[in-house]
Design a protein around this ligand. Sequence first.
Ligand SMILES: Cc1cc2nc3c(=O)[nH]c(=O)nc-3n(C[C@H](O)[C@H](O)[C@H](O)COP(=O)(O)OP(=O)(O)OC[C@H]3O[C@@H](n4cnc5c(N)ncnc54)[C@H](O)[C@@H]3O)c2cc1C
Length: 218
Amino acid sequence: MTRQLEKSAKTKLKRIPERGSYDRALAYAILDEGLICHAGFAIDKDVYVIPMAYARMHDTLLLHGSVASRLAKSLSTGINLSVCVTHLDGLVLARSVFEHSMNYRSVVAFGNAHAITDESDKNEALKVLTEHLIPGRWDDARQPNRKELATTTVLSMPLQEASIKTRCGPPKDLEKDLDYPTWAGVIPLTTQVGKAEPDAIVPENMDVPDYVRRYTRA
Ligand SMILES: Cc1cc2nc3c(=O)[nH]c(=O)nc-3n(C[C@H](O)[C@H](O)[C@H](O)COP(=O)(O)OP(=O)(O)OC[C@H]3O[C@@H](n4cnc5c(N)ncnc54)[C@H](O)[C@@H]3O)c2cc1C
């Protein structure tokens, strides 16, 4: 795999291209930090954008869903797919309404997904998906049985034709607005992890697993 992602007619950034990048390592860092993506695909004249869990496995993006879902049924036939992952890092309040913005890191990737059919490859991909969401969980939970595997579609899309865009830092007001008498700056935004909540049948004396403690810092 090349270190750079593919700058194609589709992935060429038009507006404020200096915020863009095609650096594969940076794209992977952004993808590895996220938990959900939005997958977009067209069927006939309708366009669907669906939020989903995902994980990166080497140079591919993994998605999964019920074999009965429209997404799984359509995507496993190899139709065009676009996937976007975004981290919202802050609201940027400028002195003028026009210059308000957001700080973010986002990746947009295009490709054709194929369904992983080999049972052990599928199991491995589900392990990667699970471990991406909560490292340590796979070995601690019951493994998928053959029926569960058969009712799950796991899709793999190569990470090649993709772009990155990021914005960071303070607002960029026009010179003529700098003395406008209003507050300006950044409101940082992060995703917070809450305290773990055991369900009703977890025995009182059962320890919270280390990997849950690490996740929640509880
Ligand atoms: C959280 C967030 C909020 C945003 N809010 C707005 C908004 O309200 N209005 C607005 O106009 N823009 C917004 N943007 C920017 C928006 O994503 C586009 O970058 C912008 O619309 C300009 O697109 P374009 O015309 O350059 O390219 P387009 O023709 O739209 O896209 C060309 C190609 O550039 C790449 N690309 C474009 N944007 C991104 C991106 N963000 N990340 C990775 N690759 C990208 C893709 O490969 C895409 O196929 C927001 C971005 C983020 C992450």
